[in-house]
Design a protein around this ligand. Structure first.
Ligand SMILES: [Zn+2]
Length: 77
């Protein structure tokens, strides 16, 4: 069984704001879908699973390719 948690911050959800824990998290989720999905700074770090030395100035397209290279390198290792 999975605990009923807020999908935004992971805290126990509140009935009044379900499936979130607060109106704040509900607003965050709403904004996420409304203005470019997951385009919030900081989210990309979780995708690349690590600190990106190139920073936010790096071209968006190369991020996925770079991650793929790292994945292959890890597999070979
Ligand atoms: Zn929350």
């Amino acid at each position: 069984m999975t605990a009923r948690k807020c999908p935004i911050c992971g805290k126990p959800r509140v009935h009044e704001h379900r499936p979130f824990c607060s109106k704040r998290c509900a607003d965050i989720d709403l904004g996420k879908w409304a203005g470019g999905v997951y385009a919030i700074p900081g989210e990309e770090v979780a995708v690349s699973s690590g600190t990106d030395p190139e920073g936010p100035d790096a071209p968006k397209g190369s991020a996925a390719a770079d991650a793929l290279v790292r994945l292959k390198g890890r597999t070979l290792h």
